[in-house]
Ligand binder design. Structure first.
Ligand code: GLC
Length: 626
């Protein structure tokens, strides 16, 4: 791999592709196949046979990925070069994947009830067999229902499971794109399956979406970067020729060219990297990680994120709606959710990238960005009582290298709701920071993921959970968790959302409550040693989710009503619930998703090198680590 560019790697991977009936579909290829039936080139490689599932249930412990077998069907392709040596002492632990540890399955997952009623007998027998194993908790009726529904949502491609549809609502005639597999929505499904020991679907998902990444994509004659991952994909059955005598299944991705608002899903690639690490940590499938196409996929995503632009900040600059909130909500610029996922993906990639001449510059860029990003977010996005008081007294129009009010924030921007809302203890990361603009709304996903990835300091992480506890009635109330707080109303809603009838105050993205966020809350609580807080939230959700048919979101200030246009049987609501339960029961598995504080990153802060230009000093960075 040494010395090769990502494109060179892609070409090498393509050369190894064996043609088969599967193929990818883009609007261009549909047009081509219509014009000349049967001539579309099959692009999709046959995947190697799914890896061997881990045998039996073992007690949780950590082993080095290097101790896993390197032979068999999942061994790296022969053309993968032996990785170069590295001076990093940690590299010795697991060969070329310097920081990679595997987490094995715990012993204590609840038993699952069979998926369908007609299989009750067979399942009863199966249960008997499993019941002979060490004692495990019996699943509740709600969990059993959730598993049945999750399995119903599974989508197959050429006979193999590859993902879950966003929603399977039998009463809803207008499917829109809810019959697609969304990358971000699949993450909690993947985690539930992984923790259950059903890893094949996740592996297939990772490899199929990887193929979609390099697909040709255009919006009105413009092509976005190669590393872009689709927001979602669908399996279509198309005729092989004009006589309709044979059919084949094709994967049809949406990169935003059909999405409402035509937004590029910046979060998809970041989620893909985060999920890849979780998969590899749970399965120990280091052979998959070392595959040329997988390494190339990581590099393409990162190259896109790390490419030079006009930015002055280490945060990623994106358009509105490029993440879970996928329509106009005033989050263009540097929204927290993207920054937290970006940081997490960088941390995960650093563990997973094969160290060699071809990747060392990228790894250096990752490290530099990680230091700058964590400093920037910890210093400028954090607000608490003290900081808001500082902003309240800010001088403005400071022209100098060491201005206190670097972004020229006018104190009048502090919203009136915040003055009373900010508690004495704790604080949170604001939603966005731009020149002369701080978005003071509380966004749950960004804050929770900042805890999980250690983008915040440990103290800030504690502060965020303590704020959620203190503001329980605003952020949890009748259904965890508010996507953001507070809602925009009146003129603000009109101007910022463009009068979006779906995002009316306290509905959908505008202050609605999303049960899927429960799993991220649980993860953050486990990481910070506060599982009781997660338990409390899960109990609130469990009370209603099944009766309410697993809605996508809830409306009103306290989350009392099922959302106005909410889908029923929303898969990530179901999977989020299951994942929360399983994580709580097996908290050691949280480590497949979290990252620990890395003090070396603060040492490496690039600003230390240029003392006179900025106040960002090693000392300042360290003072945030407390
Ligand atoms: C909505 C959500 C988005 C999700 C999609 C499918 O558009 O905002 O985050 O991926 O539905 O569930």
């Amino acid at each position: 791999m040494s010395g090769q560019t990502p494109m060179g790697l892609a070409a090498a991977a393509a050369a190894a592709v064996r043609p088969c009936r599967r193929r990818l579909l883009s609007s261009a290829s549909v047009a081509a196949s219509k014009a000349a039936p049967g001539t579309a080139t099959p692009l999709f490689p046959r995947l190697p046979h799914p890896h061997h599932p881990p045998c039996g249930r073992r007690l949780p412990f950590l082993v080095s990925a290097a101790s896993q077998s390197q032979t068999g069907p999942d061994a790296p392709p022969a053309h993968v070069p032996v990785p170069g040596s590295t001076s990093d002492p940690r590299a010795a632990v697991s060969g070329n994947l310097p920081f990679f540890d595997r987490v094995l399955f715990p012993d204590s997952f609840p038993l699952e009830t069979p998926p369908a009623k007609e299989h009750e007998d067979a399942a009863a027998q199966a249960d008997e067999v499993v019941e002979a194993a060490p004692p495990v908790r019996e699943e509740s009726e709600t969990e059993r229902e959730a598993w049945r529904l999750l399995r119903r949502a599974v989508v197959s491609y050429c006979g193999e499971p590859v993902g879950t549809v966003a929603a399977e609502d039998p009463e809803c005639t207008e499917t829109l794109n809810y019959d697609q597999v969304f990358i971000r929505d699949f993450v909690p499904s993947a985690l539930a399956f992984l923790m259950r020991g059903e890893t094949e679907i996740v592996r297939n998902f990772l490899l199929h979406t990887l193929q979609l990444q390099s697909w040709e994509k255009t919006v009105d004659c413009y092509s976005p970067g190669q590393g872009l991952m689709p927001a979602s994909f669908k399996i279509r059955t198309v005729p092989l020729d004009e006589n309709n005598e044979g059919f084949e299944e094709v994967l049809d991705p949406d990169f935003g060219e059909a999405a409402i608002g035509r937004v590029a899903p910046v979060d998809s690639g970041l989620w893909w990297i985060i999920l890849l690490r979780a998969y590899c940590k749970i399965t120990g499938d280091s052979a998959l990680l070392e595959r040329v196409d997988v390494q190339t996929g990581i590099q393409l995503i990162l190259s896109l994120c790390l490419s030079d632009g006009f930015d002055m900040f280490p945060t990623l600059l994106v358009t509105d709606g490029s993440c879970m909130i996928d329509r106009r909500m005033g989050i263009h610029g540097h929204p927290l959710e993207i920054q937290a996922l970006f940081y997490s993906a960088l941390r995960c990639s650093r563990e997973m990238l094969v160290v060699n001449d071809g990747s060392k510059n990228l790894i250096r860029a990752i490290n530099n960005r990680l230091s700058a990003l964590s400093f920037h977010i910890r210093e400028y996005y954090w607000v608490d009582m003290k900081k808001i008081n500082e902003i309240y007294r800010y001088k403005t129009e400071e022209y100098s290298h060491d201005a206190t009010n670097k972004f020229n924030i006018y104190p009048e921007q502090i919203p009136s709701w915040l003055v009373d809302w900010i508690p004495e203890e704790g604080g949170y990361l604001i939603g966005n920071l731009q020149p002369a603009h701080m978005d003071f709304r509380f966004f749950s996903l960004g804050n929770l993921w900042a805890i999980a990835s250690s983008l915040t300091t440990p103290k800030q992480a504690e502060g965020i959970l303590s704020l959620i506890e203190e503001k329980w009635d605003d952020l949890v109330a009748n259904m965890p968790l508010k996507i953001c707080y507070p809602a925009m109303e009146d003129d603000e809603w009109r101007i910022i959302t463009g009068s979006d009838p779906k995002n009316t105050p306290w509905s959908y993205h505008n202050g609605g409550s999303w049960p899927t966020l429960l799993w991220q809350f649980t993860l953050a609580c486990i990481k910070m040693g506060r599982p009781e807080l997660a338990r409390r939230a899960i109990a609130v959700a469990e009370e209603r989710l099944s009766d309410d048919k697993w809605p996508e979101y809830y409306d009103t200030r306290s989350g009392r009503f099922i959302g106005k246009q909410s889908r029923s049987y929303q898969t990530w609501t179901i999977a989020g619930f299951l994942t929360s339960k399983m994580l709580l029961e097996n908290p050691e598995l949280a480590s497949v998703l979290t990252c620990d504080e890395d003090l070396e990153l603060l040492e490496g802060c690039a600003c230390c090198l240029s003392k006179k230009r900025t106040r960002c000093s090693r000392r300042a960075a360290k003072s945030h680590a407390g």
